[in-house]
Design a protein around this ligand. Structure first.
Ligand SMILES: [Zn+2]
Length: 388
């Protein structure tokens, strides 16, 4: 029997998975944070327009709480949005922050919680373990099943035209993550597909993470893939099925817990430049390069991929290599069935762009270091060429 490698594992301290839970958010807050009266909800304008903020807001107000809503979060939030949100939180004497939205809203909520009653500047927090102070109580309520941001300790901020910085710190783990699929019923199929595939990538990359793979993240990754692979296409075909949506939300959350401890790798490293330069959404960027990175990784990762094939394509048989290939084909099939773009050309990328993409991907050293197989610049370019 092989020795279990030393590892550590951290996640949020409390998780509530329950359709309709957002409608009793006030009760959840009152139970866990008695005496807290002034709440800030961080969201984006699009989600505010759906009207779905009203039920949790009302539930908080019914507990006698004062609720302020900051709805200026945008995708890939720049520094000034974060700082505006912090000012807003201070102006309202915020005692507790609720992130209600996709990854961007939850990332901004994390930063508001650590910045609002802290003298440390945002710029001093970039990097790993740089946050010095304590944060305000923080609750995360995702409205997409993808990023897993509700259970991760990272927040990404856009600092320049295409550059991004990350704050990674234990304080960014929320006190409570609330998974309520009722908030995700209206997501269009293409968003459901891309964010769902992103969550599957989190599980796959966590399972093959080079240095921090561990038994807990493995268990979570497998359960996440089981839920996501069984429900993703169904969620795209019938977005109003609450049970299917709840399974997706839980799958994405478990994958988030897995990759927060066994980090993602080359799929994300190669996806980031596609998002940064061409403003392709995160989930779709990952989906576009996924099969080609997995194929590149086969010499080192076929064994692990074959194990995951047992979950995603249970009927797969034959050699380890054949089962690993079956996993890759299955992931391509999901993208195809759901109708999202499958080639770089479909999102406007041409042969001339490949060098710049490869150069930018090589800057993602933190992610590339987690990949089961070493990626050179030539490899990165070849993977993009295959994905063209
Ligand atoms: Zn991702």
């Amino acid at each position: 029997m092989s020795t279990i490698p030393a590892f550590s594992f951290t996640t949020v301290s409390s998780l509530v998975s329950e359709p309709g839970a957002a409608s009793r958010l006030g009760q959840l807050v009152a139970e866990r944070f008695p005496g807290v009266r002034r709440i800030l909800i961080v969201t984006d304008a699009g989600f505010l327009r759906t009207g779905l903020v009203e039920t949790p807001r009302l539930s908080l107000e019914q507990q006698g709480m004062h609720v302020a809503v900051f709805s200026e979060v945008v995708a890939d939030p720049p520094e000034d949005v974060v700082l505006t949100a912090v000012e807003f939180a201070r102006d309202h004497d915020t005692e507790l922050v609720i992130g209600l939205g996709g990854g961007s809203s939850m990332d901004v909520a994390k930063l508001v919680a650590v910045l609002a009653n802290n003298t440390q500047a945002l710029q001093q927090m970039y990097g790993i373990g740089k946050v010095t102070g304590q944060r305000l109580p923080l609750i995360q309520v995702p409205t997409t099943a993808g990023t897993g941001s509700e259970v991760t300790n990272i927040a990404i901020v856009t600092t320049g035209e295409t550059t991004k910085m990350g704050v990674v710190s234990p304080q960014l783990y929320a006190d409570v993550a609330v998974l309520d699929a009722a908030l995700t019923l209206g997501l269009p199929p293409v968003v459901t597909a891309a964010t769902g595939i992103d969550a599957m990538v989190h599980a796959i990359e966590a399972y093959t993470s080079k240095h921090k793979k561990n038994p807990l993240s493995d268990m979570l990754a497998k359960q996440a893939l089981s839920l996501l692979s069984a429900n993703l296409v169904k969620a795209c075909e019938n977005g109003r099925d609450l049970a299917v949506r709840q399974a997706m939300l839980l799958g994405a959350c478990l994958a988030g817990q897995a990759f927060s401890n066994a980090p993602v790798a080359a799929v994300h490293a190669l996806a980031y430049p596609i998002g940064g330069i061409y403003h392709v959404a995160h989930g779709l960027s990952n989906s576009l390069v996924l099969p080609h990175v997995l194929r590149f990784n086969l010499p080192q990762a076929a064994g692990h991929y074959a194990e995951l094939a047992g979950i995603v394509v249970p009927h797969a048989s034959g050699s380890e290599e054949a089962r690993a290939q079956a996993l890759i084909v299955a992931m391509q099939q999901i993208a195809k069935i759901t109708g999202i773009e499958t080639t770089l050309q479909q999102v406007g990328i041409t042969e001339q762009d490949l060098d710049r993409l490869a150069d930018d991907a090589m800057l993602q050293t933190r992610l590339l270091g987690n990949n089961p197989r070493e990626v050179t610049r030539e490899d990165a370019r070849a993977i993009y060429a295959a994905a063209l």
